[in-house]
Every structure is written in structure tokens, then in C-alpha cells.
Design a protein around this ligand. Structure first.
Ligand SMILES: [Cu+2]
Length: 125
């Protein structure tokens, strides 16, 4: 597990913290409000950056019913107009994880929209 670099660990008060895995003391609770309009997310929300161990909450709203799927973490939610729908997870796995729209198809499976709604980047701590 990642530890805080020793250079940052001067002083007796920090000793206790520095003995702990960095993820335990620095993880953040992060909430992102994501508005979908006509199946798209505003440009400035298409890349969400978090750090490993963060508790992440996405609060989705939409102007039409839509099914969103966070790949990798494999969380799927149906979002309806008029109420926020939450998607929560702890960012254990690092990497880039797209959230895509799921569209039912004729064979009873699903397909994805042409582009990801957004990507979540989980950076190593
Ligand atoms: Cu999917």
C-alpha cells in the first residue's frame, strides 16, 4: 500500500499519520452533479478525476429517461427526469472508466451510445 513519502513526515505529530497507509488518511468524499441533456453531458463534466480510495458519489439528473453504466466498476442506474439518481462507489481500482448510455436492442441485449457520456479517471495515490 502507498505510504506518505518520508520527506513529508517530519515532526512528532505527523509520526502517527505517516505510519498509516496514505489511502486511509487522505481519501476524500467527493460528490459530482452530472446533468444529462439530450443524452449528453456538458463538456466540462466529461472528465472526472479522483484518487484511489476516494468515496465517489455521482448525482445524475436528466431531461429524458436514460440508463447509464459505469464500466469497470459495473454499476448501472436508470435515471428519470425530475429526480436525482445517485451512483456511489469507493475508487479501489485505478484507471479510466467510461460511463456509457445503455440502449436496449432488438435481441434483448444492449448496445452503447456512440460516445461515452463521461470518463472517470482514478489516479493512484
Ligand atoms: Cu455498458
Amino acid at each position: 500500500m502507498a505510504r506518505i513519502p518520508a520527506a513529508l513526515c517530519s515532526g512528532a505529530l505527523l509520526m502517527l499519520f505517516c505510519a498509516m497507509p496514505a489511502g486511509l488518511i487522505a481519501a476524500a468524499d467527493l460528490t459530482f452533479d452530472v446533468r444529462i441533456e439530450q443524452g449528453r453531458v456538458p463538456q466540462n463534466m466529461r472528465r472526472i478525476r479522483v484518487e484511489q480510495g476516494d468515496a465517489v458519489r455521482l448525482r445524475w439528473t436528466t431531461d429524458r429517461p436514460i440508463v447509464v453504466h459505469l464500466h469497470g466498476y459495473d454499476i448501472q442506474k436508470t435515471v428519470e427526469p425530475g429526480k436525482a439518481t445517485e451512483m456511489t462507489f469507493t475508487a479501489h481500482a485505478t484507471g479510466r472508466f467510461p460511463v456509457e448510455e445503455h440502449e436496449p436492442n432488438a435481441r434483448g441485449g444492449h448496445s452503447h451510445g456512440e460516445a461515452a457520456l463521461l470518463r472517470i479517471e482514478v489516479h493512484p495515490r
